[in-house]
Design a protein around this ligand. Structure first.
Ligand SMILES: Nc1ncnc2c1ncn2[C@@H]1O[C@H](COP(=O)(O)OP(=O)(O)O)[C@@H](O)[C@H]1O
Ligand SMILES: [Mg+2]
Length: 233
């Protein structure tokens, strides 16, 4: 579904990704782990078109998407929930969801919002409330719900657990599994909560200094703590 080959990218003159290759197949949950500054967020930003690819190739469902604008990628089925910035605090829950559907015809957007809200009962009761009044966990649920409005084929999540208590991390991860199973959405997830993300993913890539240094199934790392530790040194 998503194929990244020999990707190089960065900011200004600073190169961050050095020939990175990875894949996300249909229906998979793929985790992207590695130390701070390894380039994980940069991978997601390059794929969704927020920053340009310098070299290499990005293909989505067989089409070459290097150079595509973020809005074009959303229309193609690529959703991105960036690190940290979750929801617009001064807008209501409903207004936040409407932003998720900004490219859709009005009627389609309304139907999609109603449909997505069925899976998020806590949000459904609070559509008129300002998003800033939701708890951290509820805001993350809203960010997930918003990303689903365009009915993406792949959902890219950058540290959805950031700042959440362990219980909330669990419920957000359970929701991600549900989205994957019930909506058939592939997931590419960047996470610092490594143990937890290894429990929900089908495959994992670990980055260091803009390169893939490990690629495999989560069990390999769960059974080899020394290897896992080494990936973060
Ligand atoms: N907007 C930016 N401008 C310049 N350098 C950046 C920017 N964003 C990230 N970087 C640098 O790119 C490198 C990789 O960052 P990032 O992809 O955010 O890493 P990760 O998500 O793995 O922690 C880091 O050295 C970081 O300082
Ligand atoms: Mg990051």
């Amino acid at each position: 579904m998503l194929e990244i080959r020999e990707l190089e990218a960065g900011y200004g003159k600073k190169q961050v990704l050095f020939g990175l290759s990875m894949d996300v197949h249909e229906g998979e949950i793929v985790a992207l782990i590695g130390p701070n500054g390894a380039g994980k967020s940069t991978v997601l930003k390059t794929v969704c078109g927020l920053i340009p690819a310098w070299k290499g190739e990005i293909r989505f469902k067989g089409s070459h998407i290097n150079g595509a604008k973020p809005a074009q990628n959303v229309a193609r089925g690529i959703a991105f929930a960036p690190q940290g910035s979750r929801v617009f605090h001064d807008l209501t829950v409903m207004e936040n969801l409407e932003i998720g559907g900004f490219q859709l015809p009005h009627k389609v957007m309304r139907v999609r919002i109603e449909h997505v809200l069925e899976s998020f009962p806590a949000l459904k009761e609070r559509t008129r409330q300002d998003a800033g009044r939701l708890s951290g966990g509820e805001q993350q649920m809203l960010a997930l719900a918003r990303a689903l409005i365009p009915e993406p084929k792949i959902l890219m999540l950058d540290e959805p657990s950031l700042g959440l208590s362990p219980n909330l991390v669990r419920s957000v991860f359970e929701k991600i599994i549900e989205i994957n199973r019930e909506n058939g959405v592939s997931v590419l997830i960047v996470e610092q909560k490594v143990r937890e993300v290894l429990d929900i993913c089908n495959r994992v890539y670990s980055l260091k200094l803009g390169k893939v240094v490990f690629e495999g199934v989560p069990d390999t790392l769960k059974q080899d703590k020394a290897k896992l530790k080494q990936l973060f040194l």
